[in-house]
Design a protein around this ligand. Structure first.
Ligand code: NAD
Length: 509
């Protein structure tokens, strides 16, 4: 979606950038850096080495109150919320340009803290993130309200207004991209925002807040609070003066945000949550290199730490062996290693806890009778949280690994005996985020696309779409809220009716 060429620095250059980085170590409230009120700290570390990268504020009640007060003050002042749309557009376009300027530095920072391969960080941060700010920035002065049909005695306008103070609570798997999915439409709408990054990955969101000031976004409009979910996240969820929370993360924590809202001020809550998405290969699809590349990427992209990971791969029973053989061969080509090396396809998982969680799912798969055809291997041994890809065959729908979100590098092939059975198994889940279907037959593609109970269906290629299309989930994958596309604006806007009784002004006399 972006014409900007992807920067292509060498490993040595990237190591030099890493050595010269100055990492944030405080929170960003009301346009300035500060320590937490109580002086409490959390550490953020490099999952590839275990080395501590920075110590950050563990924000408590007073920090949350201060950030909310700054956001509320900035919102009420109208400096952003009521300014001319052209001014908001200009600032968001400038922010996009500043992110492009600092893109390599931010990508290195994100790779160090998240363990994501630098190639992915460069693509997301130097191309996608600025393009998203640009897209919503360009939307600001092209969004109209409407006039309702009334008699001539009245005039009824339906206008959109920013919802107010918004909190964006984020996961660690796509740190700056997830922040941008929420921030760009929230800022374009005129809201003031408090970002709460995941405690594992706070650095790029903090850096972005400083760039926002440089771009001309007024102080207090974008604040970043760091800290663990159980304290800082909870205090945000329960705060009586936050109007809306847009959350991306696990279904269990999403449920908590609904409870927080219910027990505080009934703030609106937008939820983007987990998934257990199918990759369906119909029997007319050729097992081409493209299909296998997509199947492997669908499961292992970002080490499988992806909400839309297509881990359940549904294939005609008669073709399972041929499919599995090709999947194994392609998976063995994945280069696992130092995330800062441009040759790396897969870095470490985010934490030791996540690695153990994935390993316990692998053990459960074996215990419940799935056939392990590729054992998690090929990863560097050392202090990092590395885990190579595992492939299972002969998955059955009732197995734990076919039902629960693993969020790690595990692919399972589930043999099916008919198209109807494939559809039934694909939909037989609590989740509903994403699905991929491979077929050469347009009728079959549409049959599946219309019947799959999920927010995005990709046909003949694994994709989540781009910024022009909405993304979100059915059932326990999400609320009605959507990120991306024009639809994302609805999370950050109120709709107001202004009814003018013209006859009351004597104009019809
Ligand atoms: P998580 O739910 O553990 O954490 C998400 C955020 O919530 C973090 O900022 C965390 O600090 C905060 N949090 C945690 N516990 C909290 C609590 N008790 N109260 C308030 N806040 C709390 O999720 P994660 O482990 O960071 O991310 C992985 C999950 O995110 C997966 O389930 C994945 O599917 C989902 N995800 C979904 C999407 C999507 O668009 N649907 C995108 C990325 C990730």
């Amino acid at each position: 979606m972006s014409d900007t060429a992807l920067p292509n620095p060498s490993h040595a250059e990237l190591l030099r950038v890493a050595a010269g980085l100055r990492l944030p170590d405080r929170v960003f409230i009301d346009g300035d850096w500060s320590a937490s009120d109580n002086g409490a700290l959390i550490e953020t570390s490099n999952p590839a080495t275990g080395a501590v990268l920075s110590t950050l504020a563990h924000c408590g009640q007073k920090d949350v109150d201060r950030a909310v007060a700054a956001a509320r003050w900035s919102f009420r002042s109208g400096a952003w919320s009521r300014c001319a749309p052209e001014k908001r557009k200009e600032a968001l376009l400038k922010l996009a340009a500043l992110i492009r300027r600092d893109g390599v530095r931010l990508a290195v920072m994100e790779s160090l803290e998240s363990g994501k391969p630098i190639r992915d960080c460069l693509r997301e941060i130097t191309q996608e993130v600025p393009a998203i700010f640009q897209w919503y920035g360009e939307l600001v002065d092209k969004s109209y309200g409407h006039v309702a049909p009334t008699g001539q005695e009245d005039c009824a306008m339906v206008v959109r207004e920013p919802i107010g103070v918004v909190a964006a609570v984020l996961p660690w798997n796509f740190p700056l991209l997830m922040a941008t999915w929420k921030l760009a439409p929230a800022l374009a709408s005129g809201c003031s925002v408090i970002v709460k990054p995941a405690e594992e990955t706070s650095l790029t969101a903090l850096s972005l807040a400083a760039l926002a000031i440089e771009a001309g976004i007024p102080a207090g409009v974008l604040n970043v609070l760091t800290g663990p979910g159980e304290t800082t996240g909870r205090l945000i969820g329960q705060h009586p003066d936050i109007d809306s929370v847009s959350f991306t993360g696990s279904t269990d924590v999403g449920r908590l945000f609904l409870q927080y809202a219910g027990s505080s001020n009934l703030k609106t809550v937008g939820l983007e949550m987990g998934g257990k998405s199918p990759f369906i290969v119909l029997d007319d699809a050729d097992l081409t290199e493209d299909l296998i590349d997509n199947a492997v990427m669908a499961a292992f992209w970002n080490g499988g730490q992806n909400c839309s990971a297509n881990m359940r791969q549904l294939v005609a029973r008669s073709r399972q062996d041929a499919y599995v053989e090709k999947i194994i061969a392609r998976t063995k080509q994945i280069v696992i290693g130092d995330p800062l090396n441009p040759a790396t396809d897969m870095g470490p998982l985010i934490s030791a806890g996540q690695r153990n969680r994935v390993l316990s799912y692998v053990a459960k798969g074996v215990e419940e009778g799935a056939r392990r055809v590729l054992d998690a291997g090929g990863a560097p041994v050392g202090r990092g949280h590395y885990l190579g890809p595992t492939v299972f065959a002969d998955l059955r729908p009732e197995m734990t690994i076919a039902r629960e979100e693993i969020f790690g590098p595990v692919l399972g092939v589930l043999p099916v005996d008919s198209m109807d059975q494939a559809l039934q198994i694909a939909n037989g889940t609590d989740y509903g985020l994403h699905a991929t279907v491979y077929t050469r037959d347009l009728d079959r593609a549409m049959y599946f696309a219309r019947r799959l109970e999920c927010g995005t269906v990709a046909v003949n290629g694994f994709t989540e779409g781009d910024i022009k299309t909405p993304f979100g989930g059915y059932r326990r994958s999400g609320s009605l809220a959507r990120d991306k596309g024009l639809e994302a604006m609805a999370q950050y806007q109120q709709i107001k009716t202004i009814w003018l009784r013209l006859s009351a002004m004597g104009l019809n006399a």
